[in-house]
Design a protein around this ligand. Structure first.
Ligand code: C5P
Length: 399
């Protein structure tokens, strides 16, 4: 609930501005008061009258209106809110924020405010991926600005990819998590993700095809529900989520040490594809090719982080979640794995090449717990992350 909270909603000039109207309704449904501010470009997409009618308040547009004595000054307007939400956060607004420009009311408020700021970016895929926007994103994150979205999907401009504004309810959830703390606030969680690299010699290593996408989505979802997340990641293909503590590792042994160092935690989620073996002897110089002689690699077993943490006699997390990537008999193998490892849940998935799950954007999951197996419909890895985080929150609340 957002009762008695005031939100300053800055509506940027993009087609997603129509969703900002719904956002006003959703925020008010939860008890928030909404003060809309529209840029000149925003007023080309939706009318100030619609925003004012939905907010039940006047819409602010031009800087000079506010300099009239009867009106609130821009400094005051920027500070009365508990949260500033920028939706749609256009490339232009993000660039202005990153540069500290203040040449209209919206950018002036964003520069003058001392309240937390949440941006819901919305723009064409190429504009989002442009080096300038990505640079601005990094700068703004460094300044403490929080982001929700953008989502992947069909865009009004006819292209497909990241750039769609987060849905109004996602923005509301992010605002709620920032203002009142989510169901996992005060909980600490460790998440492992990505592959591990086990060196053969200084230039070669053993790896696997894990992209780190699912672990990243789980960590993001847990953080969105308010958890303090320690994200221990091997060399993944996807960037880590925001609002988590990132610990980068390469090998299974380093991953184990980082996980143990992160304890105590309320829950641990082991989504990493950890190499089972490493080289028995670390080779410190590059192995040379020798005519007629093939190298023989001697392996040693890596520590099983999931089993070790599950079986801790002291300081075991209340909930330990493992993953099982199987290619056949998924449920039977995963059920046996849960008992063998001693964890509470196993998130099992079929990674046989025909499913396209390994390295893809979707996942088909069966959740194995003490209560049995629960088959989830095939869904995006983001949705799997959200659902798992929700289940973790419910379980930690109950025990
Ligand atoms: O043993 P297996 O690799 O099939 O089990 C997979 C689960 O165990 C995953 O949750 C993975 O993160 C975890 N694991 C681990 N340490 C290892 C091997 C696997 O934590 N050395």
């Amino acid at each position: 609930m957002l009762k008695a909270r005031r939100i300053l909603l800055i509506i940027g000039g993009g087609i997603a501005a129509y969703k900002a109207l719904d956002l006003i309704r959703r925020l008010r449904e939860r008890g928030a008061a909404v003060t809309p501010v529209m840029t000149t470009a925003a007023a080309e997409f939706v009318t100030p009258l619609s925003a004012a009618a939905l907010a039940g308040e006047a819409v602010h547009g031009a800087l000079f209106d506010l300099t009239r004595e009867a009106e609130m000054g821009h400094i005051q307007l920027s500070r009365v809110a508990d949260l500033v939400v920028v939706a749609p956060g256009t490339a232009d607004l993000m660039a202005k924020m990153a540069q500290g420009l203040a040449n209209d009311l919206a950018s002036t408020l964003l520069l003058a405010t001392d309240t937390p700021v949440l941006v819901a970016p919305a723009m064409n895929v190429r504009m989002w991926q442009h080096a300038a926007t990505q640079r601005n994103l990094t700068t703004l994150r460094g300044d403490g600005v929080r982001f929700v979205g953008p989502n992947d999907g069909d865009m009004a401009c006819g292209e497909y990819g990241p750039g769609r504004m987060a849905e109004p309810l996602e923005i509301v959830a992010a605002a709620e998590a920032m203002l009142v703390g989510g169901p996992l606030s005060g909980r600490r969680v460790v998440v492992t993700s990505g592959p591990t690299h086990e060196p053969i010699d200084p230039v070669r290593y053993i790896a696997n095809r894990s992209s780190g996408a699912q672990g990243t989505e789980i960590a993001r979802a847990l953080a969105a529900l308010g958890a303090e997340v320690v994200f221990v990641t091997g060399p993944a293909q996807v960037p880590p989520p925001e609002a988590v503590e990132v610990v980068r590792v390469e090998t299974a042994q380093q991953m184990r040490d980082a996980v143990l160092a992160a304890l105590p935690v309320d829950a641990a989620v082991f989504a990493a594809a950890v190499a089972d073996w490493r080289m028995a002897e670390a080779v410190t110089s590059k192995m040379k090719k020798a005519e007629g002689r093939l190298p023989v690699l001697q392996f040693a077993e890596n520590p099983d982080i999931l089993a070790e943490v599950s079986q801790l006699s002291r300081g075991r997390p209340r909930l330990v979640v493992g993953f099982a990537a199987e290619t056949d008999n998924v449920e039977a193998h995963a059920t046996a794995k849960r008992l063998r490892k001693g964890c509470d849940w196993i998130v099992a998935n079929d990674v046989s090449p025909a499913t396209g799950i390994m390295g893809g954007s979707e996942n088909a999951v069966t959740l194995i717990s003490g209560a049995g197996a629960e088959v989830w419909p095939r869904m995006g890895k983001r949705a799997v992350g959200d659902r798992l985080a929700q289940r973790i929150a419910e379980t930690l609340a109950a025990v």
